[in-house]
Design a protein around this ligand. Structure first.
Ligand code: BEZ
Length: 355
């Protein structure tokens, strides 16, 4: 039986008048690769998967996902699901620094820790939402556990191991840059970093002053040592569930996500390329991502328009009718709606989102 500790967390989300706070509970379970911490929001909904998130290197579940899950229109969606936000070992707030010589789990081992979490919670299926390293970990988990993963939203995924050219570049950068600089370059584009927006300043501050920077470096090393996911477009070794790939155009991982899209089953995959969103679309464009996520879960048969408020129902109807008018045109062309998003209806489409 997995060992566990429970910690009650005070909700930080501003509440509307009359709203009661939703309990967030943090747990830890022991796994063969060490202890893993996760926070659960909401209550399990019968016959519905849990939304299960995994953050990127340099972030934790709050710094990676809070702006998205706190976004106003997102509440309409997430109230229908319990959410589980996992943190890679040593990334949770207040985590002690691992002792020297600690063997940090590989990304494959991080994926192998997930069953212990689901077993502990008694959850049978999930919709995974992952960013960067988190997207890789959830994909690896989905390859090994296709019956558990109903859908995947993969932001900034790189499904390839680093090639020797990448290694050479990485080694050279390592000679002149600190770990925090390399992680900032992984998260944000050069343009964003030199633009030095308030968001970039905030994340630079968080990463440069992280009390667990040694732990972050270990997770970063595991990320850089990842193996190829070896997706085969026409083979068995592929994701079996609906997938929404997301990347910002001009973002550091744009080419990697384009390549990943070429390897996935086009009948199950939608590709959302977001203009002006930089490297972290879930932080900079939570509204557009929320809208795309809504179509994604609706496409999976959850959240029929009848479970939405009248306001969001009418907004969806107007977008859907606009999409059906567009359906005779090439889907790969840039399309727009009042929000800049055209629902794909079915997978296999490229959606380009403008601001
Ligand atoms: C959630 O409601 O699932 C959530 C809230 C705050 C941060 C992350 C997730």
């Amino acid at each position: 039986m997995a060992e566990l500790q429970e910690v009650n967390i005070t909700e930080e989300k501003p509440l509307l008048p009359g709203q009661t706070p939703e309990a967030a509970k943090t747990h830890s379970v022991e796994t063969p690769y060490g202890s893993v911490t996760f926070t659960v929001y909401g209550t399990p909904k019968p016959k519905r998967p849990a939304i299960f998130t995994y953050h990127d290197v340099g972030l934790n579940y709050k710094t990676c996902f809070k702006p998205l899950f706190d976004f106003g229109d997102m509440q309409e969606i997430i109230k229908n699901f319990v959410r589980v936000h996992v943190e890679a070992p040593g990334m949770e707030e207040g985590a002690p620094v691992f002792p020297l010589g600690y063997q940090y789990p590989s990304l494959d081992q991080l994926a192998d820790m997930i069953p212990a979490i689901l077993q502990y919670l008694n959850f049978s299926t999930i919709i995974g939402v992952g960013v960067g390293a988190g997207a890789y970990i959830l994909s690896r988990f989905a390859l090994l556990n296709p019956d558990v993963v109903e859908g995947l939203v993969l932001i900034n995924i790189d499904c390839n191991a680093k090639g020797w050219m990448d290694w050479a570049a990485h080694k050279l950068t390592g000679l002149t840059s600190s770990i925090s600089e390399m992680i900032l370059e992984h998260l944000f584009s050069q343009e964003e970093l030199s633009g030095d927006s308030e968001l970039v300043q905030r994340y630079r501050d968080i990463i440069m002053h992280a009390p667990n920077l040694e732990n972050i470096e270990l997770f970063w090393n595991s990320y850089n040592n990842r193996r190829d996911l070896h997706f085969e477009r026409r083979g068995d070794a592929n994701l079996k569930c609906p997938v929404m790939l997301v990347v910002g155009d001009q973002a550091p991982y744009e080419d990697a996500v384009v390549e990943c899209n070429s390897k996935l089953d086009p009948t199950k995959t939608s590709f959302l390329k977001m203009a002006d969103s930089g490297g972290q679309p879930q932080l900079t464009q939570p509204g557009k991502l929320t809208e795309a996520f809504k179509y994604f879960v609706q496409g999976m048969g959850y959240m029929a328009s009848s479970c939405m408020t009248r306001l969001s129902r009418s907004r969806t109807a107007s977008l859907t009718s606009r999409a059906s008018i567009d359906s005779g045109r090439s889907r790969t062309a840039s399309q727009s709606s009042e929000s800049g998003i055209v629902p794909s209806g079915s997978p296999g489409h490229t959606m380009e989102v403008s601001s």
